[in-house]
Design a protein around this ligand. Sequence first.
Ligand SMILES: O=C(O)CCC(=O)C(=O)O
Ligand SMILES: [Mn+2]
Length: 191
Amino acid sequence: MPAFLSEAEAEAALAALLAEVPFSQPSVRLFGKLRPSPRLACWMGEATYRYSGVSYAPLPWTPTVLALRRRIEQALRASFNGVLINLYRDGRDSMGWHADDEPELGAEPLIASLSLGAARIFAIRRRPRGPILRIPLPPGSLLVMSGASQRDFLHALPPTAKPAAARINLTFRRILGPSAPDRRAPAQGAA
Ligand SMILES: O=C(O)CCC(=O)C(=O)O
Ligand SMILES: [Mn+2]
């Protein structure tokens, strides 16, 4: 949905989130080594989340994030209990090829991805190495991944040499409870 939020709403949300969200620079595990990730992030919601070999305790919902969550939940008739918020400070910040396929998301997760700030290219390809589809994500756009998206495809947010202002992306997710059959043992700090 290229214009899920109006231009004015997207601008207001970006300004509010920059003031409200305590971003930090998480570490990512690459070839067994922890390195600072090429972006800032914040995990918010009701459950601990574990990705790239590191556990993140959730911060409580802030007003703007909660309002965005409710609006997306109504539009999609879905419910989310966590959101990964990424801040790409400029065109050098990025995210490499991956799938959001952590076991605690379940087999076919519904993930709603809201973009604010600078338009950047979102890249998708079939696993393991299909042709790359490049989708520009303008501010206010909502991209929904569901069904086999995480099992059969990888996605990335490549860096760009073009000057790019800050961009915030929020991926709303549902972490499954302990009754889920594929639930891992509770995460305890960085592994
Ligand atoms: O920034 C984006 O559009 C994608 C972010 C993403 O893939 C993620 O947070 O898992
Ligand atoms: Mn992702």
